[in-house]
Design a protein around this ligand. Structure first.
Ligand code: NCD
Length: 317
C-alpha cells in the first residue's frame, strides 16, 4: 500500500488485513506504555486545510504511538492563507523530508493530486477531501462494527450478514461515501435513508439500497444505525424546511431509539449536532459507539501509517 486515498479501490482482503493489524495496534494501546518503535526516524505531516478535532488528534496520537516525528500543519495561520498553492506547500514538505502526508482538504480530489503530481514522494493518506471520501473513518467504523458484533478475536472476519442503515445528510458526507464502498466490500448490506434533497445525483450507481422514510426503514432489521451530521457549512441552499422538521422526520430521537432491535448499535462520526440528527439520549446510550469510534480511530490509523511506512507495506499492495 503506497497511499490510502479511497475505500473504493480496497479489496475485501486488503480491508480485512488493515482491520487485523489495527487489532494488534489496539493491544498496544491497552499497555501501560502505549508505544512501539516501528516508525522511529519517519516524519508524518498532518496537513489540514479544513477544521478538525478528532481526526487530526487521532492521526497525531497514532503517529506518536509508533514513534514517528509529527509535524502539524494547519492552513490557518500558515502561508496558505497568504495564497500559497498546494504545489508550493507540497514541495516545502518534500524539502523538509516528510515520509507521509495526512491531508484534509475542502476540495474533493486534493489528496489524489498530491499523490500523483510528483511534487512529493511521500505516502499520502486522505483524511477527508470535500464531499468525496474519508477512508480512515470508514475503516474505523468497520473496525468498531466488527468488534461489537464479533469481539476482539475476529481476525480474518469480514462483516457478512450485517445490515447497516446510514441516515441523513448523505449528499455532503464523505463518511457515507467511504462507508458505502467499504462496508459492502466487507459483505455488509447498506441502505441509505434520507430525504431526496440530501441524496446525491448518481446514488443509484452506489452498491446500496435507498429508503426515504426513517420510520419505515427502521421497521426492517438493522444491526447498525449510523447517523450523519447535518453539514450546515456545506449548505448554500435550503435542503430541508427547518431544524425541527428535520429532527422530527430524520432524527434519531428517544422514541426511535427505544424502538430499535435488541442488539442494534448507534454510530456517529462526530461532531454531533445533539438535538438535530441525534438526541442526547441516543448519543449517550449503551447502544452508542461514539467514543469507541474515537479510540478505535487511533488503532486503525496506527495500522494505516504502519502499513504505509514500514518495510512490510508491499504485503498489502
Ligand atoms: C467527519 C468529517 O469531517 O468528514 N468527521 C470526522 O472526521 N470525524 C464527519 C463530519 O464532519 O460530519
Amino acid at each position: 500500500m503506497r497511499h490510502l486515498l479511497s475505500t473504493r479501490d480496497l479489496t475485501r482482503d486488503d480491508a480485512v488485513a488493515i482491520l487485523d493489524v489495527a487489532e494488534d495496534m489496539a493491544d498496544v494501546s491497552t499497555r501501560e506504555i502505549k508505544k512501539l518503535p516501528a516508525l522511529r526516524g519517519k516524519t508524518v505531516v498532518n496537513l489540514f486545510f479544513e477544521d478538525s478535532t478528532r481526526t487530526r488528534i487521532s492521526f497525531e496520537a497514532a503517529a506518536k504511538r509508533l514513534s514517528a516525528d509529527v509535524i502539524n500543519f494547519a492552513a490557518k495561520g500558515s502561508s496558505v492563507s497568504k495564497g500559497e498553492s498546494l504545489k508550493d506547500t507540497a514541495q516545502t514538505l518534500a524539502a523538509i523530508g516528510a515520509d507521509a502526508v495526512v491531508v484534509r482538504h475542502g476540495a474533493s480530489g486534493a489528496p489524489q493530486v498530491l499523490a500523483t503530481s510528483g511534487w512529493i514522494d511521500a505516502g499520502v493518506v486522505n483524511a477527508g477531501d470535500g464531499t468525496h471520501e474519508h477512508p480512515t473513518q470508514a475503516l474505523l467504523d468497520a473496525f468498531t462494527i466488527r468488534r461489537r458484533f464479533f469481539g476482539t478475536d475476529a481476525r480474518g472476519r469480514d462483516l457478512a450478514g450485517l445490515s447497516v442503515v446510514i441516515v441523513g445528510d448523505v449528499i455532503h458526507s464523505r463518511v457515507a461515501r467511504s462507508n458505502a464502498w467499504l462496508l459492502t466490500t466487507l459483505g455488509a448490506s447498506v441502505r441509505l435513508v434520507a430525504p431526496p434533497t440530501l441524496l446525491p445525483v448518481g446514488v443509484n450507481t452506489w452498491p446500496v439500497t435507498v429508503d426515504y422514510s426513517l420510520d419505515d426503514s427502521l421497521a426492517k432489521p438493522a444491526d447498525v444505525v449510523m447517523m450523519l451530521r447535518v453539514q450546515g457549512e456545506r449548505m448554500n441552499a435550503a435542503f430541508f424546511p427547518n431544524a425541527r422538521e428535520y429532527s422530527r422526520l430524520w432524527g434519531l430521537d428517544d422514541a426511535r431509539l427505544a424502538g430499535l432491535g435488541e442488539g442494534t448499535i448507534v454510530m456517529h462520526p462526530g461532531p454531533m449536532n445533539r438535538g438535530l440528527e441525534i438526541s442526547s439520549g441516543a448519543a449517550d446510550s449503551a447502544r452508542s459507539t461514539v467514543l469507541e469510534q474515537v479510540s478505535n480511530g487511533v488503532s486503525v490509523r496506527m495500522a494505516v501509517l504502519y502499513l504505509l511506512l514500514s518495510g512490510e507495506r508491499e504485503d498489502l499492495a
